[in-house]
Design a protein around this ligand. Sequence first.
Ligand code: PEP
Length: 251
Amino acid sequence: MKKLMAANWKMFKTWDEAQATALELVDLAAASLPADREVLVCPPFTSLGAVAEVFAGVPRFFTGGQDFYCREEGAFTGEIAPGMLLDLGASFGLTGHSERRHVIGESDQLVGEKTAFGLAAGLSVILCVGELIEERRAGRVEEVLERQLRIGLAGVPRDIEPKRLCVAYEPVWAIGTGEVAGPGEILEAHAFVRKTLVAIFGDNANEMRVLYGGSVKPSNCAEIIALDNVDGVLVGGASLQGESFSQIVLA
Ligand code: PEP
């Protein structure tokens, strides 16, 4: 299974800035990318085309949307369809990022609809799950992860091609805070995610990638991706500079 080193650029970067960072990343990381790694960059919709153009023809470099809506087209002002992402050259889409859940207010049900719809439309999907700090303190991590996974994956066919479905475990308290989860916390959560995926999808789930996200940076990435059941990372802040994301990608 190839490790997926994914960047979420959130609401940063104009077309020109995105293009320059993508060029720098290819320059620094493409030639020496280990054979068992893939790179994904999720820019804002408005600069996705710039990154897709730079990555076109670069082996194992992909682009994705940070979100998408669960309809093919229609009167959904402000929304973007999976087909529109594919048309720009994207092959992935995120669902359920904590900022979509907790800032924008998306429900587990909507996240689930998007996940199933995006996969059916031909995208590979990274479903993001993770607990709030109050939920961790209350000993509710597994309950929250199980709910987000069960509802988030409810409409996904059992025989889905496993490399097209990833889960990112992103404890909300570790996102953008500089406070990375400890190895024990990551191991425990990833083992639980894997167990739940196996309960839903059977053996197929052993080929699905489970990424860790939350304050990953060049100095901690190697240790994190060496952990059991960690099949890649999803990186926000430290992915915004080509230099630092290339160090993560090659870590
Ligand atoms: C994220 O946005 O998914 C994320 C993990 O952010 P950061 O790396 O900045 O914590």
